[in-house]
Design a protein around this ligand. Sequence first.
Ligand code: HEM
Ligand code: HEM
Length: 187
Amino acid sequence: MALWNSRDGYGAVTKTAHWLIVVLFAFQYAAGLTMTRLGEGERAFGLSGDVLYNWHKTLGLVALAVAVVRLAARHVGELPPWAPTLSEAERRFVHRAERVLYAAMVVLPVSGFVYVMAGDYGVMVAGVWALPNPLPRSEVLAAAGRWVHIGAAIVLAAALAGHLGLVLWHTLVLGDRLLWRMLPRHR
Ligand code: HEM
Ligand code: HEM
């Protein structure tokens, strides 16, 4: 498999980053929705709220780094042609949905970072290293970061439902192997 995207298909960098983001975002949603609903002293899956917050922030910043690599990879090589089985309307939808997905991959971690830094909660990377705080304390900035974070999580969930729905419809119902375009070895 080629490293970069080409006329023959997505490259290894795009595919690896795509599936890494899937795993990381699955964790982010599970942890985010759990940790914000835990009562004082409660645990989920044996983990305290503090541990979940630390890993949510840490892996969220890892996801930002993966998203940057992915965005850069999009500009190297040549994007593969559209899957021939996508209709004109589906191509327009995919184009718009991909913009939302890419925007969310940046807006979510950045807004989360702004919220915790301006709110002076900080980031303890992997629970051991306190990240320097580049932002001044600001209630307004923290509140803006928090609401953008929650809003972006909702918008992303809707875009993902469309993304996943389209891939599953084509792969399972129409049987055109659309999913294979993002799997290793497919050309
Ligand atoms: C990268 C992808 C990320 C995703 C998909 C994500 C997703 C979420 C979700 C779904 C929630 C729950 C919202 C709610 O129900 O209230 C949440 C909450 C939160 N996230 Fe993230 N997050 C990401 C990155 C980050 C980062 C990098 C940080 C900080 C450095 C962060 C800090 C927080 C905090 C502090 C909350 C609690 C907000 C509250 O008090 O309501 N997140 N996140
Ligand atoms: C289980 C979940 C997922 C499945 C099965 C899936 C499947 C796929 C497939 C098959 C493609 C190739 C479509 C084509 O060009 O023919 C694709 C592309 C894409 N997916 Fe997903 N996806 C999933 C989750 C996600 C998530 C969580 C994100 C981002 C937050 C995402 C973002 C993208 C983007 C931006 C593309 C366009 C190609 C690129 O530039 O990387 N996907 N996905």
